[in-house]
Design a protein around this ligand. Structure first.
Ligand SMILES: [Zn+2]
Length: 709
């Protein structure tokens, strides 16, 4: 949702109360008297100051009623405290401490940095720059005003109307922008005008302007799509882009770094105008592909000359790393990986070749290999972006690259490992927007989902999710916690590593180097009075024992185990040395899961499987009667693979008296499975058959993931 009529400026800062809990906001939106200084600051009816500058006290005022910043700047706060509003300005300033990638090119090129790039630093935080003068006296430039204030300043509504609108927005739960539009007091164009004024952005007039070929060449289609921007023009290392959502102005920072520019100027337009313009602009230009770029690099004699020398000095490696084609190649690899929701990117030097592979949907795919002589340039460029020491080539290093694409933060964890033939680099992409942490959306069938939801609401007990690495356990657990997070309680997690940051959860990372293990973290967590706890993994008896103790003292403990299915999880806990009576007293449910690839919906085709294929599923033509089977033929939407995305299949073992008896009697895994099945346990295979029958996945996928050993 990046529509313009969204007056909610940048997303609430991390600490802000969840928007889902309007109950927490009444004080912020309280009627007039609750806002100190509102009336005296500007009596109703007084002419609205044109630019809003002369009225510093007035600025924070009506804003008190705007639902958004409630958490950050309490309405009742003293005028001075109201200033933080300025700090929340366009995301760029704060979300990314500008230092990270911004500093990189500078550090890399000490000589060049100070002179030709004076504009770089200040430009990094236009928001902050504007906010500062205001903070230090309120004169000079205007800081970022509240939407309501701008409405008044531009003369679209008067103060009395604003209070009414704020009140209405509060009761209906709608945004102020929507409310004032619904009342017909401003039209879409005027809304845009308010947003531009509020955010200090210029309005783009796309009717009589079109993107220049230079700008289009500089910002390829993938980059424009991922960042949700449109390049307009470029001159003297200053690029002008158009966004449709002021919150997306932060893209400027990234683009400046990625494209090695001095400045990126942001203008505002409507989504429709921008889309239309974009479509026309890129329709007759073919995007340079990664293959094209690699070909260009192969034939680039300048690069090849310096790169082929057997010993490469740092300067020439740096020069290559900073060269436009290398930058473009890395940008393209990163952005297309983000676009395709890839999980990680591997850069691997071998004796004869340099290989790049991208993992998406659990499958590694190799790119056209770039020439081997580029290895140093590529790894140097990535190290610069990740703020790593480029002179260090013998020790492993870890770093991160943060990008702010289309209003979402994407975290790239960079790991550099020296090998026989150069540096092997693996980048893990943690795109928070890519993960839908909603229980209803992770592909769980209602037959599993409904009981699972009931179980996780219990006030105590242990809930285990199992499966091999990469089976989506973490996503499921986080989705469960997010579900509970809406309604209750203190939740503390301890993880290795913390994969997603979730608002409202206290998350403690494990640190083996200093001896902070799951067991010791869990002990400390119990002293923090949690209601629900997530322990990343139960690996040993000690952790299992503390989890049991936590459960017995009235906590719900979520954790994972590396086992193949639900019944073997119980056996595994017993083998760890946990007494059966403690297992039966605490474990409430075990959810086993696997990920299978989804059939591409664009080329899905029904077919009749042979008896041999059915046998793999332990079915016969008779038992399979009435079932439907599908596969993907392959099309351009799925890269001819027939698959697109993945889904979970699940097995849920819910503790009941029969299963408790079986555990107490020390039965084998097989016997436990039999008891579970007789009590209605849905097995992984059942869940897979269901996915096949619904046309979601194929026989091959389900067989591979549910082979019974
Ligand atoms: Zn397809």
């Amino acid at each position: 949702m990046s529509n313009a009529p969204d007056n909610k400026p940048p997303q609430p800062p991390a600490g802000a109360p969840r928007p889902a809990a309007p109950a927490g906001q009444p004080s912020a939106g309280a009627p007039r008297p609750a806002v100190p200084g509102s009336a005296p600051a500007r009596p109703p009816g007084a002419p609205a100051p044109s630019a809003g500058v002369p009225n510093p006290a007035g600025a924070p005022t009506p804003a008190g009623g705007v639902p958004r910043p409630a958490g950050a700047a309490p309405a009742g706060a003293a005028p001075a405290a109201a200033k933080p509003a300025g700090a929340l300005t366009p995301a760029g300033g704060i979300t990314k401490p500008a230092g990270a990638p911004a500093a990189a090119p500078v550090a890399a090129k000490p000589a060049a940095a100070p002179a030709p790039k004076p504009a770089a630093k200040p430009a990094a935080a236009p928001a902050a720059a504007k906010a500062v003068p205001r903070a230090s006296g309120g004169s000079g430039e205007k800081g970022r005003r509240k939407f309501g204030q701008v409405l008044v300043d531009l003369g679209f509504v008067d103060e009395d109307q604003l209070w009414e609108l704020l009140e209405e927005a509060k009761t209906t739960g709608k945004k102020l922008g929507e409310t004032v539009m619904a009342r017909g007091m401003i039209n879409a164009e005027q809304l845009l005008q308010v947003l531009a004024e509020q955010n200090g952005l210029k309005l783009a007039s796309l009717a009589d302007a079109k993107p220049s070929p230079e700008a289009l060449a500089m910002v390829p289609q993938t980059m424009a799509a991922v960042y949700k921007v449109m390049p307009l023009s470029v001159k003297d290392k200053v690029l002008t882009i158009v966004v449709s959502d002021p919150a997306n102005a932060s893209a400027a920072d990234d683009l400046r770094n990625l494209l090695n520019l001095n400045e990126v100027v942001v203008q505002l337009s409507t989504q429709e105008a921008m889309n239309e313009c974009l479509e026309r602009a890129y329709s007759n230009t073919k995007e340079e592909s990664i293959v094209d770029l690699i070909k260009e690099l192969e034939t680039s004699s300048a690069l090849a000359g310096s790169g082929r020398q057997s010993s490469i000095d740092l300067d020439s490696a740096m020069e290559m790393a900073d060269s436009a084609p290398v930058r473009r190649l890395i940008n393209m690899i990163f952005l297309s990986s983000i676009r395709d929701r890839a999980a990680d990117i591997h850069f691997e030097p071998f004796e004869e070749e340099y290989r790049i592979r991208i993992k998406a949907d659990g499958v590694l795919q190799e790119l056209q290999p770039p020439p081997k002589f580029l290895a140093n340039a590529i790894s140097s460029r990535i190290k610069v972006m990740a703020n790593l020491d480029i002179t260090e080539r013998r020790m492993p290093q870890d770093g991160r690259i943060e990008l702010n694409v289309g209003g979402n933060q994407v975290d790239m964890r960079v790991s550099v490992l020296p090998t026989m033939f150069g540096e092997s680099i693996v980048i893990r992409i943690l795109d928070r927007s890519a993960v839908k942490l909603e229980l209803d959306k992770i592909g769980m069938d209602a037959k599993v989902l409904n009981p699972f939801k009931e179980i996780i609401k219990k006030p105590n007990g242990i809930i285990l999710v199992t499966g091999p690495t990469g089976s989506g356990k973490t996503t499921t657990l986080y989705s469960a916690l997010s579900y509970l997070n809406e309604v209750t309680d203190k939740i503390i997690t301890t993880e290795d590593p913390v994969e997603y940051e979730i608002e409202g959860l206290v998350q403690c990372p494990i640190n083996h180097e200093i001896g902070l293990t799951f067991a010791s973290a869990l002990r400390a967590i119990l002293r923090q009075d949690p209601d629900r706890i997530l322990v990343g993994e139960i690996r040993d008896l000690e952790t299992a024992q503390i989890a049991v103790q936590a459960s017995l003292t009235g906590h719900t403990v979520f954790s994972t185990l590396h086992t193949n299915d639900a019944p073997s999880t119980i056996t595994r806990m017993r083998d760890m040395g946990l007494e059966p009576f403690l297992i039966t007293a605490t474990v409430e449910a075990v959810l086993a899961q696997r990920l299978v690839r989804r059939i591409c919906t664009n080329c899905r085709t029904e077919f009749n499987p042979s008896a041999d294929m059915l046998m793999e599923l332990e079915l016969t033509p008779e038992t399979a009667k009435g079932m439907k089977f599908f596969y993907g033929k392959g099309c351009d939407k799925c890269g001819e693979t027939g698959y697109k995305g993945r889904m979970g299949i699940h097995e849920l073992l819910i503790m009941n008296d029969d299963i408790r008896d079986a555990i107490s009697n020390g039965v084998s895994t097989d016997e436990l499975r039999a008891v579970g099945k007789s009590k209605g346990m849905i097995t992984l295979r059942d869940s897979g058959l269901n996915a096949i029958n619904l046309g979601l996945s194929t026989i091959e996928e389900v067989v591979r993931e549910t082979v019974v050993e």
